[in-house]
Write a protein that binds this ligand. Structure first.
Ligand code: ZN
Length: 193
């Protein structure tokens, strides 16, 4: 576990160890993100899931209110390809059918999933839940204000994947917007860049 990347600071108590990243996307470029900024939806959203180091495992961290931190990165559709994420897009071809696995013999730098370094100091933060069942209320969400981009053809590659029924294309795999329920969303500018 020592070798795994972790995050700290930005108002977090303790260290959070990287567990996985995944994407949410739409059936076209007009939707796909799980969060909206001032009502604006993005074409996709990347989640980098981290669990609190003190809790040892992701499964154990799910039992604690401060168990998880998810970094969210909005993805906007662009005309030109994002070359630094092309290896992720290429890998999609290897897992089109349900149950397929692909173990790349190359590494994907997590850096490529984040906004440029000078754009990482502004983000929104709130206490929320997992966006998939069982929707545990254990997540500190950190959503970078600055999106990254993928081209429309790169985004289209995500929509070729076959979903859990083994028949239909996997798309619109985002949770609808939820009521705030009194949650406070804080805008943070750490000023560090
Ligand atoms: Zn997610």
């Amino acid at each position: 576990m020592n070798k795994l990347p972790f995050i700290k600071g930005g108002g977090l108590e303790g260290e959070y160890v990287f567990s996985n990243f995944h994407f949410h996307w739409g059936s076209d470029d007009s939707k796909g993100s799980e969060h909206t900024f001032d009502g604006d939806r993005y074409a996709a959203e990347i989640h980098l899931v981290h669990f609190k180091k003190d809790y040892g495992t992701l499964a154990n961290a799910l039992k604690h209110k401060d168990g998880l931190v998810v970094l969210g990165v909005m993805v906007e559709a662009d005309d030109s390809d994002n070359e630094s994420l092309q290896s992720v897009v290429d890998a999609l071809e290897e897992v089109v059918e349900l149950g397929m696995e692909f173990h790349p013999d190359y590494s994907i730098p997590l850096d490529a999933l984040l906004p440029e370094e000078e754009d990482r100091h502004t983000f929104f933060r709130y206490q929320g839940s997992l966006t998939t069942p069982t929707c545990n209320e254990v997540v500190t969400w950190i959503l970078f204000q600055t999106p990254i981009s993928l081209s429309s053809s790169q985004l289209a590659q995500f929509r070729t994947l076959i979903g859990q029924d083994g028949l239909h294309h996997l798309q619109d795999n985002f949770r609808p917007i939820q009521p705030l329920n009194g949650r406070e969303v804080v805008f943070v500018d750490t000023g560090n860049y």
